[in-house]
Every structure is written in structure tokens, then in C-alpha cells.
Design a protein around this ligand. Structure first.
Ligand code: NAP
Length: 307
């Protein structure tokens, strides 16, 4: 693989930025990778483990001369950062992001972009419940999908960004922002909310002891707790910034839940059996599409989920 960008600036140095840096190195995709994080602690850790080629202490220093700047911070922080970096962006640069929500990010970032700079959002559908500069790993994006939102950017700049994501190991789809937000509300955002809720219910249930919740967790609860362990700031921002689609899917979810509740109360076994047969088929399709495979993660939880 050859160099796609001469200098890539990663803003935020957590799971996604760290994994991008390691995967860019693996593929030889960037001439230089520079990074910035707001806290000194994260910057020091990134320096100590050599996460990027150069860690900068300020945003202007990080984006100076970069031909690609990627915002890898929680969705709610992107607008403020875009405003701060705008005067320091190189002419002809591409700004992208990895946020789990797209319409709100475009609304927050695009107005700050100076003439001659392209804003082309993206969202890698890969992640884990871990966060911070030590959580990244080079294979995170392998065989996962990355959705790129062309957002009216010029064809060559969009293709270049797509080439980067292919080089990082992903399959790439182009999509319109609102469609992305609805699709992800179904596949990621609402499932996370349901996991948070169920773990919250178990936490509130006084008649079942904490000990029992842990001891019998392999009954299904364990898988929900992994999802519900995801970063609180990131997920707060996802729900606040994808309100409409999440509420739409949540409304449908509630209707289905009432139907199942009714079937249980009335003893309608046929309804339950048909329902579970239909849902089982979706699991088979995921396996056939190769999207259930575990990703090596430095000995951490060997699973990777799309967010
Ligand atoms: P992470 O590991 O928690 O890292 C977040 C980074 O953003 C840290 O460097 C943090 O800086 C910085 N940050 C946090 N709040 C900030 C603020 N208010 N202003 C400036 N910087 C701030 O997060 P991540 O998992 O890499 O997620 C980054 C982005 O990727 C999010 O937009 C998320 O929606 C998206 N995403 C995540 C996943 C996933 O599974 N995690 C998957 C796909 C996309 P400090 O360390 O200095 O606090």
C-alpha cells in the first residue's frame, strides 16, 4: 500500500484515533501522523507508547500543514473544535470525522470550514466498549464497514478518503447523512439504549442480589453489560445528536414489546415462536456476511461491535 496523505492530524487520541494511527502505520498510508488530545495526561500517554509520530500540545500546531484532519472526539465536541482549527487549516486540506452521528456533525462542523477545505464525514462501524489512548489496535477496522458521506465534496477528495479507509482494512459505502442516522439508530444506537436500560433494571431490582446478577450473568445479561459499559460521554452525545431517528426506532420498539407482552399474557405461543424464528434468521445473515467475527484486541474482550 502506498502513502495516501502526506500528513494526517488526529484530533482526540482515544480508541478510534489510536486504531487509525496503528492501522495507517501497518499499511504505510500516511507520511506523518500527528495527534492532539485536550488533556495533558492523554498526550503524555500517547507520547509514552508512541501512538502517533508526533504529539502536539495545541490544536493549531496539530492541524498545520496536514492534508487530512480527522476529528476523533465525542460528537458534541466537534463543532467547537472545527471553529478553533478553521483559521489554521492548510488550503486544499480535507477535514473528516469518525462520529457515530452524521447530520448533527455536518450542521455543527460545515459552517466553520473555510473556502478551499473539504469536509467529508465518515463513520467506521467498528469499535469496542474500551476507550482512551491505550485501547486502540491495528486490526479494529479489518473487514468492518466504513460509511463515507460525500457531502458535496469533490470526487477526487471523496475517493482519496475512501481509499484511506480501504487501506485501513474496511469495506466502504457512500451514504446520505439522514439515511446513515436512521440505519445506525436501528443497528447501534437503540440497541445500546436497550442494553443500558436492562442493566439499569437489574441494578434497581432489590429482590435479586448483586451476587446473583453476576453469578448467573451468562444467561444473556453478560452480553448486555458489555454494551452497557461503553463510554458515557460518547453515548450521551450520540442520543442528544440523533434524537429524531432514535425516538422513531424506540417508538417501533415499544410497539413490538407491547405485542410480545400481550402474547406472553394471553399465552400465544405461536406468535412468540414465529417471532423468534424470524429474528433468528437475522443472526444467520450476520454470520453469513462475516460480521460476527471476533477481532484481536490485545487480550481484552475479544469482540468488536459497530457503533
Ligand atoms: P475515546 O476513546 O473516549 O476518546 C475520545 C477522545 O476525545 C479523547 O482523546 C478525549 O480527550 C477527547 N475528548 C473527549 N471529550 C472532549 C471534548 N469535550 N473536547 C475535546 N476533546 C474531547 O473515544 P472513541 O471511542 O475513540 O470515540 C471517538 C469518536 O468516534 C466519537 O465521536 C464516537 O462517536 C466515534 N465512534 C466510536 C466508536 C466506538 O466504538 N468507541 C465506534 C465508531 C465511532 P482526553 O483523553 O484528553 O479526555
Amino acid at each position: 500500500m502506498s502513502v495516501i496523505y502526506n500528513r494526517v492530524a488526529l484530533i482526540g487520541l482515544g480508541l478510534i484515533a489510536g486504531s487509525m494511527s496503528l492501522a495507517m502505520r501497518r499499511g504505510g498510508l500516511a507520511g506523518e501522523i500527528v495527534g492532539y488530545a485536550r488533556s495533558k495526561e492523554t498526550r503524555d500517554t500517547a507520547r509514552e507508547i508512541g501512538l502517533v509520530d508526533r504529539v502536539c500540545d495545541t490544536l493549531p500546531e496539530a492541524v498545520a500543514g496536514a492534508d487530512l484532519v480527522v476529528l476523533c472526539v465525542p460528537v458534541g465536541a466537534m463543532g467547537g473544535i472545527a471553529q478553533e482549527i478553521a483559521p489554521h487549516l492548510a488550503k486544499g486540506a480535507t477535514v473528516s470525522d469518525v462520529g457515530s452521528v452524521k447530520r448533527a456533525v455536518i450542521d455543527a462542523v460545515a459552517p466553520h470550514m473555510p473556502a478551499g477545505v473539504q469536509f467529508i464525514p465518515a463513520h467506521p462501524i467498528a469499535g469496542t466498549e474500551h476507550s482512551g489512548p491505550r485501547s486502540g489496535f491495528a486490526s479494529l477496522f479489518d473487514n468492518r464497514w466504513c460509511i463515507v458521506i460525500p457531502n458535496g465534496g469533490d470526487e477526487a477528495a471523496v475517493k482519496r478518503l475512501m481509499d484511506l479507509w480501504r487501506g485501513l482494512g474496511s469495506h466502504v459505502d457512500a451514504m446520505e447523512a439522514d439515511h446513515h442516522d436512521l440505519a445506525l439508530a436501528v443497528t447501534s444506537h437503540t440497541p445500546h439504549l436497550i442494553a443500558y436500560t436492562m442493566v439499569g433494571v437489574a441494578d434497581d431490582l432489590e429482590r435479586v442480589s448483586d451476587n446473583e446478577v453476576i453469578k448467573y450473568s451468562a444467561g444473556g445479561f453478560r452480553d448486555l453489560t458489555r454494551i452497557a459499559a461503553s463510554d458515557p460521554t460518547m453515548w450521551r452525545d450520540v442520543f442528544l445528536n440523533n434524537k429524531q431517528a432514535t425516538l422513531e426506532i424506540l417508538g417501533r420498539f415499544t410497539e413490538e414489546l407491547f405485542a410480545l407482552q400481550r402474547a406472553i399474557r394471553t399465552g400465544d405461543g405461536a406468535f412468540l415462536h414465529d417471532y423468534f424464528t424470524r429474528t433468528r434468521a437475522i443472526r444467520r445473515e450476520i454470520i453469513e456476511a462475516g460480521q460476527d467475527t471476533a477481532v484481536p484486541n490485545f487480550g481484552r474482550t475479544p469482540e468488536a461491535e459497530g457503533h
